[in-house]
Design a protein around this ligand. Structure first.
Ligand code: GLN
Length: 456
C-alpha cells in the first residue's frame, strides 16, 4: 500500500506510467490471504514490478509509446513477464518510453513527457525513462526495460538507480516489441545490484519462442548476494579492471570523469588491479550503431501497416490505407529512422553503409574480446553527462545521439553491462546522480553482479 500511495501522489508530477493496473491492491490482498493460510508462495510474492510499455502484457495495453499501437492489448505475456508473474510478482503498470525505444530522453513518447525525480525540469533519460524514474521514486520495487543501445543503462545513471543489460540472448525477447533485433535485450532496473540481479535470475534462460535465446546454463545469480567475500578486507583481490581510456576524453563532463576515476580507486581499495586499457575502435560505435539500428528498425516496423496491428485510417484504396495509417501513427523520430534505415539498405548504398557498419561491428567485437581476455571487467562512464533539461536536445537529434557513445558499443558486441551510482554532480540547489558502467565478458553477468554488490 505504501508503494501505491506514493505512486498516486508522485505520478501527476513524474508521469512515468502510461497505464496503472487497477487490480494491484486486490492481487496483494490475495497474497496476504495465502500467507495467512501458510501456502507455498513464489520467491517474488507480492513484489511490485513495472514493465516498459514495449513489453507485452496480457490484460493491459502495450503501445510502445506509439500512436500506431494506441489501444493495442496483446493477448499474451512476454516470456520475461510470464516468468515474473509465475514467481508471484505483481505487475503494477506500463512505463513510458521514447516511441519504439528510439531516443534517449523519453520526450519521444507520443503520449507524455516523464520527469526526472531528482529534478522535475530534467529528463529521466531514455528510452526506458519511465522504468528508471518509477524505481527511483519508489513507485515500484523493480522494473523491466529494454536496451538496444543503452536504454536501460543511461536512464539508470540519470535517475540514480541500478540498470542491468544482460548478454544478448540471456533473456528471451519473445513479447518485446522489436526495434533492432540483433541488438535488443530486456534488462532490469532496481534500487540495488541485488534487486536487479534477482530479477535477472528470474527472467533468464532459453525459450522456445525466441530462437536467439541461449541454451547456456543460468547460474544462480542470487548466490552472489550472500557471499562470504564481503567479510574480507580485500574481497576483490586480484580482479583485473580495465578503465577504457577513450571514454574519459574530450566531450565528457569533467565532473563525470572524476567520479568514474573515484569509482576505479574504490575498486582498487577493494583489491582490484586497475589499469588503463585502450579500445581504438570505440568512437566508431556510434555511426555503426545508428546505421544498423535504423536499418533493422526500418524492416521491423514495416509490420505496422494499419491492417495487422493497431490504428487504421479510413481510406478508399489500399495504398493510402497503408500510407495514411503510417503517416498518422508514427512520430517524427521514428519516421526519420525508417528513412535512414531504408536508405542504408537500398541497393546502391548497401555496401557503403550497411555492409561497412557490419564490418565495424566485427572490429568492435574483436577489440572487446582482446581486452576482455586480459581483464575481468572494463569500466567507463554510463553517459557523458548527468541528466539535462527537458527540451535541451529535443531539436538537436545529433546531440542526443552523441550522448549514447558510452553504451552502444556494448550492444554491438552483445556483452553484459551493469550501471550503478557512483556519486553526484552539481552544487547548490542542483544535485544530480551519476552512474558508471561495468562491462563483462559474454554470459559472465555473475562477475558483474558480484563486483557491483561489493562496490555498493
Ligand atoms: N538512445 C538509443 C537510440 O535512440 C538507444 C535506445 C535503446 O536502447 N532502445 O537508439
Amino acid at each position: 500500500a505504501g508503494y501505491l500511495n506514493r505512486l498516486r501522489r508522485t505520478e501527476p508530477h513524474l508521469k512515468s506510467f502510461l497505464y496503472v493496473s487497477d487490480t494491484v491492491l486486490k492481487e496483494a490482498e490475495e497474497i496476504d490471504r495465502r500467507i495467512q493460510r501458510n501456502e507455498e508462495l513464489g520467491p517474488l510474492a507480492g513484489v511490485l514490478v513495472a514493465v516498459k510499455d514495449n513489453i507485452c502484457t496480457a490484460d493491459m495495453p502495450s503501445t510502445a509509446g506509439s500512436r500506431i499501437l494506441d489501444g493495442y492489448r496483446p493477448p499474451f505475456d512476454a516470456t520475461a513477464v510470464r516468468k515474473l508473474k509465475e514467481c508471484g510478482a505483481i505487475v503494477v503498470g506500463k512505463t513510458n518510453l521514447d516511441e519504439f525505444g528510439m531516443g534517449s530522453t523519453t520526450e519521444g513518447s507520443a503520449y507524455q513527457v516523464t520527469a526526472n525525480p531528482w529534478d522535475l525540469s530534467r529528463v529521466p533519460g531514455g528510452s526506458s525513462g519511465g522504468s528508471a524514474a518509477a524505481v527511483s521514486a519508489r513507485q515500484c520495487v523493480v522494473s523491466l526495460g529494454s536496451d538496444t543501445g543503452g536504454s536501460v543503462r543511461q536512464p539508470a545513471s540519470f535517475c540514480g538507480v541500478v540498470g542491468l543489460k544482460p548478454t544478448y540472448g540471456r533473456v528471451s525477447r519473445y513479447g518485446l516489441v522489436a526495434y533492432a533485433s540483433s541488438l535488443d535485450v530486456i534488462g532490469c532496473v532496481g534500487s540495488s545490484v541485488a534487486d536487479a540481479g534477482i530479477i535477472l535470475h528470474m527472467i533468464s534462460g532459453h525459450d522456445r519462442f525466441d530462437a536467439t535465446s541461449s541454451k547456456l546454463h543460468v547460474p544462480d545469480f542470487t548466490s552472489q548476494f550472500i557471499s562470504r567475500d564481503l567479510l574480507e578486507s580485500k574481497p576483490l583481490k586480484g580482479l583485473r579492471v580495465g578503465v577504457i581510456r577513450e571514454t574519459l576524453d574530450d566531450g565528457v563532463d569533467p565532473e563525470v570523469i572524476s567520479l568514474v576515476r573515484g569509482a576505479a580507486s574504490h575498486l582498487e581499495e577493494l583489491g582490484c588491479i586497475v589499469t588503463e586499457v585502450s579500445l581504438p575502435s570505440f568512437s566508431l560505435g556510434l555511426p555503426a550503431y545508428f546505421i544498423l539500428a535504423s536499418s533493422e528498425s526500418s524492416s521491423n516496423l514495416s509490420r505496422y501497416d494499419g491492417v495487422r496491428y493497431g490504428n487504421q485510417v479510413v481510406a478508399d484504396e489500399i495504398n493510402s490505407l497503408y500510407g495514411d495509417s503510417r503517416a498518422k501513427g508514427f512520430g517524427s523520430e521514428v519516421k526519420m529512422r525508417i528513412l535512414m534505415g531504408t536508405y542504408a539498405l537500398s541497393a546502391g548504398y548497401y555496401d557503403a553503409y550497411y555492409k561497412r557498419a557490419q564490418q565495424v561491428r566485427t572490429l568492435i567485437q574483436e577489440s572487446f574480446k582482446e581486452v576482455l581476455d586480459k581483464n575481468d571487467i572494463l569500466i567507463s562512464p554510463a553517459a557523458p553527462s548527468a541528466a539535462y533539461k527537458i527540451g535541451e536536445k529535443k531539436n538537436d537529434p545529433l546531440a542526443m545521439y552523441a550522448g549514447d557513445i558510452m553504451t552502444v558499443n556494448v550492444n554491438l558486441a552483445g556483452l553484459p553491462a551493469l550501471v550503478l551510482p557512483c556519486g553526484f554532480v552539481g552544487g547548490g540547489s542542483t544535485c544530480l546522480p551519476v552512474g558508471f558502467q561495468m562491462i563483462g565478458a559474454a554470459f559472465d553477468e555473475e562477475k558483474l553482479l558480484k563486483v557491483g554488490h561489493i562496490f555498493e
